[in-house]
Structure formats: structure tokens, C-alpha cells
Design a protein around this ligand. Sequence first.
Ligand SMILES: [Zn+2]
Length: 313
Amino acid sequence: MKNKKHSLTIVISCIFLGLTGCASEMNKESNISANKNESYTWNEVFSIPIKIKVQQMITGMAIGDKYSVLNPSDTNLHKVEHRYGPTPILAYWINHPKEGNFLIDAGLSKAFKKEGNYNKFMRSILSSMNVKTSQSGYKSAFEFILEKNITLNGIFFTHLHADHTSGARDFSNKVTLIFATNELDSMAIKTTGNHLEGKKSKKLNMTEGIKIPPFDYALDIFGDQSLWAVSTPGHSPDHLSYVINAEEGPVLITGDAIAYEAQLKYKINPTPFIHNYEKAVESINKLESFSKAFPSLKIFYGHDIKYSEATFK
Ligand SMILES: [Zn+2]
């Protein structure tokens, strides 16, 4: 019973939506990471942008109650619009001039063209919450990569909840899965089912990163300051957000540390039934201060796009 409640909590927190040593190897060339005791700022990082590209993919939609992932006693709750409207399940394509092609999160598998690939446990939780998931009218990340005719080297994850891992199943076992050291907890194992099976994984040890305020740990993934993982725990044990130092301007992928734009705009905290509420609030505060310091930052939220672009079929 206790387990069931906890499971529900995790999934709720993930979003009814989805509804709901890589580091040490990759960054050893980095000048920044090699000087852990020196202080750096994002201004310095952004002063030398890199030819790295990022593109958002909508891999499907979920439909349920958006409020279920937010703090019910928050006085700004009503400012989240379209409470029962469709919510996107997202993935990102990253193209680096030397390192090649990666995803950040995998979104929904192409299996969602039919019955999907959530396991029985996940399906029963979603059904008890009256959450429905559909890919009708959208493409999986696998289909997107296939159309581009490119090779995918790896998938970085913000966190290991099923709506972010489902699409990993479609790729060959040559694709490496990359996530933070303490992210794969028992709940992640239980809810992701076979999504991660058969693939090698690499762990990002965030404590090997450096402090770049407001983040306690920032990890220069490729060692050239193009792609950064920043520690934003709370939604899940070792949740990551990503900062991309692109020529078109800096980009922030919040993951589910912030599910909806309104959360940042009106300071709406997540449901207390989350992995670690205090840490989640702290992470939102850090992301807020980061976004205020860099108004030109392009922000991609965990489960938000322009509502006019969202359809559920
Ligand atoms: Zn999610």
C-alpha cells in the first residue's frame, strides 16, 4: 500500500503527462572542469558560443489534469491555463559539430502509434488517474532521426521517468544512455520497464562538475563548453537540466524541474508528493534566478509548448 502510494506520487510528479563515468570521460579535456577551485560565470561561458544546434521534437501528447503535478494550495494555481488540455511529451535533437548527434530525453516510442510501451505497472497508475496518452499526428524521436538519415550516438536524460525514456527502446543497442549517477532508483526501474534494456549506460557524476552560480554543479559534457548538465534535483533523485551554449543564443532545457511556463512566470511550486519537495523548490528558484539573469535565454519546459500547437487525437 505504501509502495503504491509512493508510486502514484512519483508518477503524479512526473506528470500525468507522460503520464504520466560519462562525465569523467567526456569532460576531461575541459579547461573549465580542470580548474575546479576557480570561479566561473555563465557570462564567461556565453561569451564564446559554439556551433551546437538543438531542436525540439513533440513525440506525442498526454491528457489529464495539469494541477495534479502542482501544489494544490498555491494561490497562483489558477494561472495555469487549459487545466485539462493536451500536454506534450518532448525530446530534443542535439547536433554537435565534432561529437555528432544526441538526444536529450527520448519522449514516446513509436510503439505509441498503436498500444504504446508503458508496462503494466505504469499503465495501471495512469488509468487510475484517468490519464490518456497518444501519438496520433506526431512522430517518435526514432522516426525523426531516421528521416534525417543520421547516426545517433547517445541519449542524455533529464531524468528516468517513463514518459522520457519510452522512445529509447526504438534505438539500437549501440546508442548509449547517459544520466546522472543517482537517478536510476527503484522507482525508475519499476516504471521504465524495458525502455533501457540491453543498452550500455554512462553515469554523469555531478559532483565532478563545477559551481557556476546559481547551480551548485555544472558539468561541461564535451569539454568545449557547448553542452552543460546542471544539477536540478527534487522532481527525481538526480534530475538534470541542460544548458546549450549555441550560436543562436543560450538555451535551457528544464526537464520536469519546471513542467510548465506558468510555473516560472508565477512561481508555482510542484506537488508536495514529489521525490523531494524542498530540493524541487530550490531547483525552481535556481532556474528562476538563472532565467532572470539571462533574459535572452530560450527556455524549453518539461511539458509545455504553445497551446495552439497542441492537439490530442
Ligand atoms: Zn515528464
